[in-house]
Design a protein around this ligand. Structure first.
Ligand SMILES: C[S@@+](CC[C@H](N)C(=O)[O-])C[C@H]1O[C@@H](n2cnc3c(N)ncnc32)[C@H](O)[C@@H]1O
Length: 343
């Protein structure tokens, strides 16, 4: 077990590298000029978006979070052992190697990190997230629950980060990337491959990656999961328009758009969109945008991969599979990967 560090009782540190307003504007203009219009999924996560996402996780139709937490809780020891074996296998000395530092990409409320930290007892945990408010709360809660681990937050777009800021707790230590929630599915496959390559660079040549991947399942279950009866998924999507109004001087009327979530079998994905109810013109970022009735603004994709399809993607990005854990229903897999070229 890691011993409590001198920082354990101090307020968790946060490094703020959130994209500047001009970068946000450029991304939105680019997305609005596309056909069909589509914005990066991370824009869904302002403070209210993060709150609504947590509420989605509690909806009866959305089982992904419950399944993944249970998998991490029940297989935590096996996962920690596999990580420890992977580290020993690549180290010349017979001595037991220290646990790696954990970097979570898109930590949210880190409800999945907690069982992992409990099993691994890493010296440090770095939460990367675009949502500053979620990050602050998460780091405070985690630091209190895991006083032996140094907890640090980095507010950034993990896909665009050129590198990590200098963090003493990471120096000279092996890194385990943690990417649960099947967030890889928010990216189209070519973008997902690039992101897995980005994780290789951020984690370094001896880095490992533990990633949760949701699998294809009955269409009715999938469509219900992303269009819950309580309307939380719809509120989450419409909150994007509220955010755009606030941050880029827009005048969207969220209720003038219907929320839709449909399975697209050809792409093995759920496509989530706000669809204009009528012909309308919207002001945003100093420009006028015409929406025809029925025209969609894609808010998010959720691509589903069976294990073979995911591993093909991971291999193409330079990762090699070490082990996989799955729930009894075969809904979701946790894959442990090492760099293909690792020593
Ligand atoms: C779907 S939630 C998953 C949260 C948590 N990891 C889980 O599995 O429940 C995605 C989280 O990642 C963050 N996020 C999404 N895209 C991001 C990006 N490009 N860079 C940094 N954080 C991002 C969001 O703010 C949110 O907290």
């Amino acid at each position: 077990m890691a011993r409590p560090s001198p920082n354990a009782t101090a307020a968790p540190r946060l490094i703020d590298l959130h994209p500047a307003p001009a970068d946000l504007r450029a991304l939105v203009l680019q997305g609005m000029d596309r056909q069909p219009r589509q914005l990066p999924a991370w824009l869904l996560y302002d403070a209210e978006g993060s709150r609504l996402f947590e509420a989605i996780c509690d909806q009866p139709e959305y089982s992904l979070t419950r399944t993944e937490v249970e998998l991490l809780q029940t297989r935590g020891t096996a996962i920690a052992t596999a990580i420890s074996n992977a580290i020993s296998d690549t180290t010349a000395t017979a001595q037991r190697q220290p646990a790696p530092v954990v970097l979570e990409f898109g930590a949210g409320n880190a409800r999945k990190a907690s069982p992992l930290l409990g099993a691994l007892a890493p010296p440090a945990y770095v939460a990367l997230d675009i949502s500053r408010s979620a990050l602050e709360a998460t780091c405070t809660t985690l630091q209190a629950a895991h006083p032996g681990t140094d907890v640090l937050g980095v507010c950034c777009d993990y896909g665009a980060a050129r590198g990590l800021p200098p963090i003493p707790a990471l120096a000279g230590r092996r890194r385990l990337g943690f990417y649960p929630g099947s967030s890889i599915g928010n990216f189209e496959p070519h973008q997902a491959c690039a992101l897995l390559g980005q994780f290789r660079r951020l984690l370094g040549p001896t880095g490992l990656l533990l990633i949760g991947v949701d699998q294809p399942k009955a269409v009715e279950r999938l469509e219900a999961a992303y269009n819950d009866r309580a309307g939380v998924s719809a509120a989450f999507a419409r909150n994007l328009l509220v955010r755009l109004n606030r941050d880029l001087q827009g005048n969207f009327e969220p209720e003038a758009f219907d929320y839709q979530a449909h399975w697209q079998a050809d792409h093995s994905r759920i496509a989530m969109a706000l669809v204009s109810r009528q012909n309308q013109t919207v002001q945003l970022a100093g420009r006028r945008w015409v929406f025809q009735a029925g025209e969609a603004l894609i808010t998010e994709y959720s691509v589903k991969y069976d294990p073979a399809a995911f591993l093909a993607l991971a291999r193409a990005a330079g990762w090699r599979p070490l082990q996989r854990w799955s729930d009894d229903r075969g809904d979701l897999s946790l894959h442990l990967l090492a760099q293909a070229e690792s020593p």
